[in-house]
Design a protein around this ligand. Sequence first.
Ligand code: AMP
Length: 292
Amino acid sequence: MPGTATSMEIVAAIADLRAAVRAARDGGARIGFVPTMGALHAGHLSLVERSKRDSQCTVMSIFVNPLQFGPREDLARYPRPIEADEKMASEAGVDILFRPDVSEMYPGLRNITVTAGELGSDWEGESRPGHFDGVLTVVAKLFNIVQPDFAVLGRKDLQQAALIQALVRDLDMNISVVLAPIVREADGLAMSSRNRYLDRDERRRALTLSKALGCVRLLFGSGERDAATLEAAGRRVLGSEPEIAVDYFAIVDPSTFRRARHAEAHFAGIVAARLGKTRLIDNVTVGTNDQY
Ligand code: AMP
């Protein structure tokens, strides 16, 4: 029954996770996988819903991966509402929740790190040195541990999703990557675990990100194709809130993450900005008919 707690299995050890997945697979289940860092919200739950559409067993991981945080980032204060997460995951219909601790994932000296190539050098890669190497390393480990048929990722982290698609392709992993749309608050703010850091003023100002992207989408819809013009329009919207520190705002080809000169419908407007201590990212496909 939707909304009713099911019997979700919670495991913390890699060996137990493997055994649980093996049992599901032996029972004929197709396995979908939703990797997260927890502090779950409706965006995460939409990925679970997407996974359940195509699988009989959905595995979710919750792991705040230290490798992907820079020394001055929010690793220590990243929210970890364990009980609320368990309840939400269970009610959403997650079958197996994998919640390892850091020593289970990184038990000793590590020799091998997955390194992002050119696709990861700009934007998030430039603003957060080492971030994507940390993401790709933990995702490679999680994919090897869970060995799902497919993984569901959110478009919210578009450059990350492109890199994970490249990881699977370049390392010949037998896993399909499914991208799911961004889930937003009613007013347009992209849902994020980091939104809970925002005070009231910051929350109001945070709307400027989706407004700037919405403006680019509207201009594209009205026929504008010059990427510099689209970028300038988005920046003007962002500039209306001087308290926002913009890390980047650009129109990119989502297959290369190179800055575009002429925008095409599947190209993306991408933005990262800081409000006080909180850093937010968002993006929009410029040719989409969605509201943002
Ligand atoms: P995180 O817990 O932030 O690492 O995110 C885990 C997964 O959820 C990633 O694939 C994200 O892209 C996805 N995600 C986060 N926020 C949203 C959102 N608002 N809509 C859709 N997917 C999201």
